[in-house]
Design a protein around this ligand. Structure first.
Ligand code: 13P
Length: 260
């Protein structure tokens, strides 16, 4: 589950389209080994490998506190949808599903409406969606950041009455994979005025405050501290840094040192 207590933090590794099965097993095993014996149980650490490795990595992580997530799902339960994977198929393997990553929005062409259906399906299977939102550099330069992110939240959550279990990741597209993260001030501004503001409007102030909001975009062990220790951010969503076991564990360690 997403953190139930205020102050709990999340570290989520999105492996994207990297690692075959043996590589994935090796990476997950190394992460498990490096984290064993550490007091990270107050932090929700989630690995999101490609679909092909999920069942194998589920075995690797069995008996540990590490959790598994998928990078996507389709919004139907089953049927003639060649090449798609449903949330139902992931039951028992994953607890988390990343929804609306910018690469799915911009490379694959997923719309806010698609994501809305996916979130509903993930919730219907009692799994936890991690909704990604964020503006492109063109949108930011045109002063459209707030409008875009607000719309992404509003449409993705349309008709979702209970968002208990949802986490939101603010990932500005221009900060992903560039080595240049957004500044804390930029992140805080969007999280507080847009993301939490929209949650307060669509739900209420309590939900707005307790829904975990993460930052993602070029986070590394050398810059993660900037995003920790603030009540507006409950953790990080990592891309490149999650493919290196030592780097990933350094980020978990750094996160642990910021537990409130
Ligand atoms: P990077 O950490 O490689 O910038 O990727 C972030 C991301 O897209 C995580 O979902």
């Amino acid at each position: 589950m997403v953190p139930e207590k205020a102050g709990q933090l999340m570290v989520i590794g999105n492996w994207k389209m990297n690692t075959n099965v043996p590589e994935g097993i090796k990476l997950a095993s190394k992460i498990r080994e490096l984290l064993s014996g550490k007091a990270y149980h107050e932090i929700e650490v989630v690995l999101c490998p490609p679909f092909t490795s999920i069942a194998h990595i589920s075995d690797v992580l069995s008996g540990s506190d590490l959790k598994l997530g998928a990078q996507n799902v389709f919004y139907e339960k089953e049927g003639p949808f060649t090449g798609e994977i449903s949330a139902r198929m992931l039951l028992g393997l994953c607890q988390f599903v990343i929804i609306g990553h910018s690469e799915r929005r911009h490379v694959i062409g997923e719309s806010n409406l698609d994501l809305n259906a996916k979130i509903k399906e993930v919730f219907s299977q009692d799994m936890n969606p991690i909704l990604c939102v964020g503006e492109t550099s063109e949108e930011r330069d045109s002063g459209l950041t707030n409008v875009v992110v607000k719309e992404q939240i509003r449409q993705a959550l349309d008709g979702v009455e209970d968002i208990n279990g949802l986490a939101i990741a603010y990932e500005p597209v221009w900060a992903i994979g560039t080595g240049v993260p957004a500044s804390f001030a930029q992140v805080e501004d969007v999280i507080e005025s847009v993301i939490r503001g929209e949650l307060a409007t669509c739900y209420d102030d309590v939900i707005s405050r307790i829904t975990p909001v993460l930052y993602g975009g070029s986070v590394s062990s050398s810059n993660v501290a900037e995003f920790l220790g603030h009540s507006s951010i409950q953790g990080t969503l990592l891309g490149g840094a999650s493919l290196d076991a030592c780097e990933f564990v350094k980020i978990v360690d750094e996160t642990a040192s910021h537990l409130q």
